[in-house]
Design a protein around this ligand. Structure first.
Ligand SMILES: Nc1nc2c(ncn2[C@@H]2O[C@H](COP(=O)(O)OP(=O)(O)OP(=O)(O)O)[C@@H](O)[C@H]2O)c(=O)[nH]1
Length: 229
């Protein structure tokens, strides 16, 4: 496929997707909303494009607001739609959208650039932002060090990244959106999350039931009590 034009994500589009972010009623497919977060230029667009489109885009521009990409995967016989929210790294392009990024999110991918120490150091701020939006501790998070193909320019040592990931209870993937040999690894970032989400059956089926009007959630504590992790 071709790279989607950047900046087409809008508040209205985000709102309409949120109304139905867990179930595609036409085919009864569950939808997992995964957001990709991190500094500008770390490769969030390229990673999400590699996963959903299977290639590395020739050219990218800064994401404005959000770009959505989807891919349907099959896990243990169930078709699941993975909806990747490629968010803007630049503050000026994200500030009106932040609430939408985190609303009803099922998993979070934090990305840094292995050739840029500042992007690794800024992860603290991105995690704070995420926590500040009341994302449940049940929502799985992974850490991705991108641009590993630039072997001569690596600034963030693996052991440092691993320590950070461990201390935040995240899995670490070091990979490259650019290197075709790494495409399987990029795929496994999203598939690993999708598998974990599929395993959280009670949580997600509850979402689905709620949307069908069968179950009404009373408060936040209901969510905590039924949390499977
Ligand atoms: N060498 C190398 N370059 C990459 C890789 N991934 C992305 N890039 C390049 O890094 C630049 C930024 O990539 P994007 O995917 O647009 O970055 P982004 O994080 O989406 O940036 P914002 O939209 O501003 O938040 C582009 O020039 C890409 O070609 C990679 O794995 N290796």
């Amino acid at each position: 496929g071709q790279l989607e034009k950047k900046g087409k994500g809008s508040l209205n589009l985000a709102s309409s997707l949120e109304l139905d972010s867990s179930l595609d009623h036409s085919v009864q497919t569950r939808i997992f909303k995964i957001i990709v977060i991190g500094d500008s230029n770390v490769g969030k667009t390229c990673l999400s494009f590699r996963f959903t489109g299977g290639s590395f885009p020739d050219k990218t521009e800064a994401t404005i607001g959000v770009d959505f990409r989807e891919k349907t995967v099959e896990i243990e016989g169930e078709k699941i739609k993975v909806q990747v929210w490629d968010t803007a790294g630049q503050e000026r392009f994200r500030k009106s959208m932040v609430e939408h990024y985190y609303r009803n999110v099922h998993a979070v991918v934090f990305v840094y650039d292995v050739t840029k120490m500042a992007s690794f150091e800024n992860l603290k701020t991105w995690i704070q932002e995420c926590n500040g939006h009341h994302v449940s501790p049940c929502v799985p998070r992974v850490l991705v060090g991108n641009k590993c193909d630039l072997v001569d320019q690596i600034q963030v040592p693996s052991n440092m990244a691993l320590k950070f990931a461990d201390s935040h209870n995240m899995l670490l993937f070091e990979t490259s959106a650019k290197d075709p040999k790494e495409s399987q690894n990029v795929e496994s970032i999203f598939m690993c999350l999708a598998c974990r989400l599929k395993a959280q059956k009670s949580l997600l089926y509850r979402d689905v039931e709620r949307q069908e009007g069968k179950v009404k959630l009373s408060d936040e504590s209901t969510i905590k009590n039924t949390c499977p992790c």
